[in-house]
Design a protein around this ligand. Structure first.
Ligand SMILES: [Zn+2]
Length: 414
């Protein structure tokens, strides 16, 4: 059920394609056969089946379509849909049997052949038969080199196997057949795949090739944050500290909301260069641009703490907490600072007041596409396999709750 949208899209495309094919066949045969076909299509079971499908009632749809198929045993499209429905219900073996049987039919048109193979590929993929799925999608592409469903599924399979080079090649074929409007997304996906290719080179300690890949990634899409981080890591390993700082600072610049990913790296680098003031300035810039950036508050607070300015650090931490009450690291930093302040009662009271109505939860990162949740930021969703879809869910104290005197607490309104 979770992959319904692409399935329905494929189904609609399939029906349109088949209708066109059948219209042609209808005139060609000029005999009673197409009338039978129409009878099956116009039977209440077919219509009811499609209606149930649209209403997401899978069992009902299967029941009706099976009846329609019995009325017209050679109505290929109904059998094909039935197979897909069984797959969706998790009955992969049954789906495979239906689609394999359809493949045995004589006089299949090229389009029919391609779509049955596509269905079979999806069955194999669902069943975890990776090699057979790859083979099926490749066969589809031999019949229809530009079939976008086969290409997308092939790319995903290669990605799941970490065959980044193959995934890259398949995506290039999709790029060639996509509209101009889809190209930014295409470039983004290609950039992430380039980044993975670079990571592969990095594991082999081939710094030069790795850097070239990371460069290619940010050339394709300037917002590919992990590529900047990795590029900086390569330069750092090569002893090019200025180059490393430049790459990591660029990550902060292109994606301030992900700046924290570069914090540890930049902090230790600046420290090594005796330029810790640069780190504080960076945090201040981020806070100025986005006052709700709790990670920049936290990072700055740690610095301020290290300088012995505990009250300033606590102000920053309380501010951070009001924007992100669930972040355990803030609480830990606050306790550290409270202890350093000798547990001053006024400060402890402010803290307990701030946390009183906070909601705590563990997995704040959520995939915008499929709503998969994760405790950490992921660049590729393990559930729907899309790239760069995670955002951080924020839970702030309820707005209508009694707000304590704002003069002595940072605002509770997020
Ligand atoms: Zn997802």
């Amino acid at each position: 059920m979770e992959s319904y949208a692409p399935f329905l899209a494929a189904l609609v495309a399939l029906l349109i394609g088949l209708a066109a094919g059948k219209a042609w066949e209808r005139y060609k045969i000029q005999e009673g056969r197409w009338i039978d076909r129409r009878r099956a299509r116009e039977s209440p079971h077919f219509i009811l089946g499609l209606n149930s499908l649209v209403a997401n009632q899978l069992d009902r749809a299967i029941e009706e379509l099976a009846q329609a198929a019995r009325l017209q045993p050679d109505a290929l499209e109904i059998e094909m849909i039935l197979g897909n429905l069984y797959r969706d219900k998790g009955q992969v073996g049954r789906a495979i049997t239906i689609h394999q049987t359809l493949l045995q039919r004589p006089k299949l048109t090229r389009l029919e052949h391609a779509y049955i193979l596509l269905c079979l590929g999806l069955d194999y993929k669902r069943g975890g038969f990776v090699d057979r799925a790859l083979e099926a999608f490749n066969k589809v592409l031999r019949l229809e080199p530009q079939n976008p469903y086969a290409l997308v599924n092939l790319q995903k399979l290669h990605e799941e196997q970490h065959q980044w080079k193959d995934a890259h090649d398949v995506r290039l074929r999709l790029v060639a057949i996509s509209d101009a409007a889809d190209q930014p997304r295409n470039r983004q996906i290609l950039a992430f795949i380039e980044n993975e290719l670079g990571r592969d080179r990095l594991k082999q300690l081939d710094y030069k090739a790795a850097a070239a890949r990371f460069h290619a990634a940010v050339e394709l899409d300037a917002r590919t944050v992990p590529a900047y981080l990795n590029l900086g890591d390569v330069r750092f390993s090569e002893g090019n500290l200025a180059g490393a700082a430049e790459a990591w600072e660029r990550a902060v610049e292109v994606s301030p909301e992900r700046a924290y990913l570069a914090f540890d790296r930049l902090e230790s680098l600046y420290r090594a260069q005796h330029q810790l003031g640069r780190f504080q300035k960076l945090c201040q810039r981020l806070i100025l641009a986005n006052p709700k950036d709790w990670r920049a508050h936290l990072a700055l607070a740690r610095h301020v703490m290290a300088e012995g300015r505990t009250p300033d650090a606590l102000e920053l931490l309380f501010e951070a907490l009001s924007h992100s009450p669930h972040a355990l690291t803030i609480h830990q930093a606050i306790w550290h600072a409270l202890l350093a302040s000798g547990l001053e009662p006024a400060l402890v009271n402010r803290y307990t007041e701030l946390t009183r109505q906070s909601v705590f939860y563990l997995d704040p990162h959520v995939c915008q596409r499929c709503h998969y949740r994760s405790t950490e930021l992921l660049w590729q969703c393990p559930h729907c396999h899309e790239w760069d879809t995670f955002v951080e869910d924020r839970i702030a104290p309820a707005q209508d709750a009694a707000v304590p005197d704002e003069a002595d607490t940072p605002t509770l309104r997020a």
